[in-house]
Ligand binder design. Structure first.
Ligand code: 5MM
Length: 349
């Protein structure tokens, strides 16, 4: 596998005005979201939900790549087509989440390290055989009194870099996802400080492991005040702080930055992405796009509720959000217009 193949795939994932769809919730996370809506927490229900997403009409017009979970990449559509093939058929590159989750970090209460490096070479080879051309690994960093620790930042950055090197060896583009959580009451400035440190360390480790920057993508958090912070900063302030942080830390050789949504509302995530692209496009050397899960899926999941009669409406809700974020990538997202459209769709149901 050549460096050119990795570079081509990474570029294809952030080409034009499309973004990525994260549909890689582990069973525990997926079940948690289902439980809130009374949807059965079964393999069959999870398959039905993923079928709804993958077969949503027009999805490929706004989505370049979709990140699957291990269970999903082994499942098939009702028509008997593996999900990875169904995605490819509509021009969406299949990807796979390969981390095994964030586990408590020894000696550091309240902090985690993401596991999954053991046996990863073999798992990557299997996923490549199933059609995966890119992968994802998420490290989790919490902000609290005295947190994050140096140990937490370094160990997660190191694991991300070792994962990335193994992916590239297998011809798979790694998405590097160091997530600074928005839980807590910290300020925007504190999130900026921590995110800058985390990204800086991550690129130190990527360099140490010899990762090809042109053949990877970054999936960071936006720089945000904590969810419980007294001051919730404006869209303009968030956009400026986020872009400044990325400009200080992300090398220009990286083809793209695709944000996670992290628990923001669907509308706010789009508005903030839009503001960044609208105001700062000329200053950014990389494509700036989305790799949202909740901010794209939640309105559709709320509409579906596990009922086959709601599939078409839920698919429309899903594509409404992917198109909204496609517009945000261009700096064309109009929140008022989008909200009106959402309301109209609700009334039409
Ligand atoms: C941060 O989570 C990722 C992005 O999703 P949001 O846009 O909702 O923040 C997401 O890809 C996440 O990594 C997957 O949902 C898998 O999470 P779990 O916790 O199930 O491994």
């Amino acid at each position: 596998m050549t460096a050119q193949t990795l570079t081509d795939t990474a570029r294809a994932l952030v080409a034009g005005d499309k973004g990525l769809l994260a549909m890689d919730e582990s069973n525990a996370t997926c079940n948690k979201r289902f439980a809130v809506l009374g949807i059965p927490q079964t393999e069959a229900a999870r398959r039905d939900w993923r079928e709804l997403i993958v077969t949503a009409p027009g999805l490929g017009d706004s989505i370049s790549g979709a990140i699957l979970f291990d269970e999903t990449i082994r499942q098939k559509t009702n028509a008997g087509q593996p999900f990875a093939k169904a995605l490819e058929a509509v021009g969406i590159i299949p990807g796979i989440k390969v981390d095994m989750g964030a586990k408590p970090l020894a000696g550091h209460p309240g902090e985690t390290v993401t596991e999954g490096l053991d046996g990863l070479r073999e798992r990557l080879a299997e996923y490549a055989g199933m059609g995966a051309r890119f992968a994802k690994w998420r490290g989790v960093i919490a902000i609290d009194k005295g947190l994050p620790s140096r140990a937490c930042i370094e160990v997660n950055a190191h694991a991300l870099a070792r994962y990335a090197a193994l992916c590239q060896e297998a011809g798979i583009v790694p998405i590097i996802e160091p997530e600074v959580l928005m839980d807590g009451d910290h300020t925007l400035a504190r999130c900026a400080e921590v995110t800058e440190e985390v990204l800086q360390q991550t690129f130190v480790q990527l360099r140490a492991q010899g990762v090809l920057l042109e053949g990877m993508l970054l999936k960071p958090n936006m720089v945000l005040p904590g969810q419980k912070a007294a001051v919730q900063d404006t869209v303009a302030a968030v956009a400026e702080a986020t872009v400044n942080c990325l400009l200080r830390t992300v090398p220009a050789a990286v083809p793209g930055v695709a944000f996670l949504s992290g628990g923001q509302s669907a509308q706010l995530a789009s508005a903030r992405l839009n503001e960044m692209n609208l105001k700062f496009k000329a200053r950014m050397p990389w494509a700036l796009t989305f790799s949202f899960s909740r901010a794209v899926q939640q309105p559709a999941l709320d509409a579906w509720k596990g009922d086959a009669a709601n599939v078409a409406v839920a698919q429309q809700a899903l594509v409404l959000r992917t198109r909204a974020n496609q517009a945000a990538r261009r700096g064309d997202y109009k929140q008022d217009k989008q909200d009106q459209q959402d309301k109209q769709d609700q009334q039409d149901k």
